[in-house]
Design a binder for this molecule. Structure first.
Ligand SMILES: Cc1cc2nc3c(=O)[nH]c(=O)nc-3n(C[C@H](O)[C@H](O)[C@H](O)COP(=O)(O)OP(=O)(O)OC[C@H]3O[C@@H](n4cnc5c(N)ncnc54)[C@H](O)[C@@H]3O)c2cc1C
Length: 391
């Protein structure tokens, strides 16, 4: 079992208090109404430092460890997956800048990302290219005066794009080079928040989804949208693929923590309901199959939590942990799907009703096997390490 320090326990307690006060009272209503997370909740998260948790204090962050990030994410996601997922965007962009940015980029962006002044979104996936990151097509060409890049092409599934001030865009700056992944760069593309985007050079439309309702994911069209050349991450072209791959450890640990949070919410709800619901003259919690269902859910969940914390601990020890993060993400994603469907089953017909949150946990959990690298890709990464590279 991972041993949490008193500081980790205090962090968990404080986040839980925030969620009980600010998130629990609104999550079901907003999810049912398909409404986004209210901006005041996002502002409070920023004030509490959640967006800069792991960034160094000299750049405005809190300088906390990866395990703290996992705990905060887990507790926020326990309230509502969408709330736990807001900070994912700032973690992805911020850790890309921290690891790869020029000193000027770190000073310009990190403090404002940490404080919530700049909200960010990740624009990697394209309509024709998802898992095969190296094949991304969106073009970034230099403007005639050489001051800007101009972006042409499409991105899709860019979650939170409407509310973001910065889109972290994976773009092709060199279409000639082989292998093709060496032609990719990351651009920090600035924009005004808003549902209108900047038509006609930047357009966006929300994609209807079955869950994850507190944030909208967008299909984006770029037609000459400018990005100053100073916003090329690291100041040199052709490094985007490597930069992105290196941050996947954080993103996958964070996604594993999100899965643990949603599954914990499902378990909590199932225990409460099993104690309250009576059939055949006694609470269903006294029927052995329900008792064991709860026990199985809890066991599955705890295994996922420990894998997640272990990967976070490896990261904090400065070790390469793509394998451990891959285990945590792949297992956590599938655990959340199993656990939420079993928790829904405890509710019987009411599990299928919008009156209870069991269906929200189940709908939200389904996305874990898809984003931040599908399960199939996760297993390929794991297999590659074990079979091709040795450990
Ligand atoms: C709700 C939601 C939010 C998202 N948010 C973002 C975001 O903010 N930013 C962003 O950039 N993206 C985002 N995504 C996109 C997500 O990362 C992609 O959907 C994911 O990477 C898979 O890409 P794809 O959908 O194109 O599927 P594809 O890559 O087309 O895959 C289709 C199927 O084939 C399988 N497959 C593909 N290649 C292989 C292979 N080599 N071996 C075996 N199986 C394979 C996949 O596992 C999958 O089952 C989001 C997606 C969702 C659903």
């Amino acid at each position: 079992m991972s041993r949490l320090t008193d500081e980790h326990k205090e962090i968990r307690r404080a986040v839980r208090e925030f969620v009980e006060r600010e998130v629990d009272p609104i999550a079901d209503e907003l999810d049912n109404a398909e409404k986004e997370i209210p901006m005041p909740v996002i502002r409070k998260m920023a004030e509490l430092g959640y967006f800069g948790l792991i960034f160094p204090t000299e750049y405005g962050g809190m300088g906390l460890d990866t395990l703290s990030m996992a705990i905060v994410t887990e507790e926020l996601s326990r309230g509502w997956l969408s709330v736990g997922s807001v900070m994912t965007r700032m973690i992805i962009t911020g850790s890309l800048i921290q690891a790869n940015g020029t000193e000027e980029q770190k000073r310009r962006f990190l403090p404002r990302i940490s404080s919530g002044e700049l909200l960010t979104a990740a624009a990697f996936t394209e309509p024709d290219v998802g898992s095969d990151t190296a094949a991304m097509k969106l073009r970034a060409t230099k403007s005639a005066d050489g001051k800007n890049y101009e972006l042409f092409g499409e991105k899709t599934w860019c979650t939170f794009a409407n509310r973001a001030h910065v889109l972290t865009v994976l773009a092709r700056t060199n279409p000639e080079v082989s292998p093709k992944h060496k032609g990719l760069s990351i651009l920090l593309v600035e924009k005004e928040p808003g549902d209108d985007f900047h038509s006609p050079s930047l357009t966006g439309g929300p994609i209807p989804t079955i869950g994850y309702k507190g944030m909208k994911s967008y299909a984006l069209g770029f037609d000459g949208y400018p990005c100053p050349k100073e916003n090329l991450l690291g100041g040199a072209e052709g490094r985007g693929f490597y930069q992105l791959m290196a941050t996947y450890e954080y993103a996958r640990i964070q996604t594993a923590a999100r899965a643990v949070g949603v599954a914990q919410a499902a378990l909590d709800a199932a225990i409460k309901y099993a104690r309250e619901r009576t059939q055949f003259g006694k609470p269903i919690a006294e029927h052995q199959i329900i008792r064991h269902k709860i026990a199985h859910i809890a066991t599955d969940l705890e295994a996922a939590r420990q894998l997640c914390y272990y990967a976070a601990t490896c990261k904090d020890e400065g070790r390469r942990c793509d394998l451990e993060a891959g285990y945590a993400k792949a297992f956590g994603a599938e655990m959340a799907e199993r656990v939420t469907t079993e928790a829904l089953q405890v509710f019987g017909g009411y599990g299928y009703s919008r009156e209870y949150p069991a269906q929200r946990f189940w709908r939200d959990a389904r996305v874990f096997r898809i984003f931040e690298g599908t399960s199939e890709i996760q297993y390929e990464v794991i297999a590659k390490r074990l079979l091709d590279e040795g450990r």
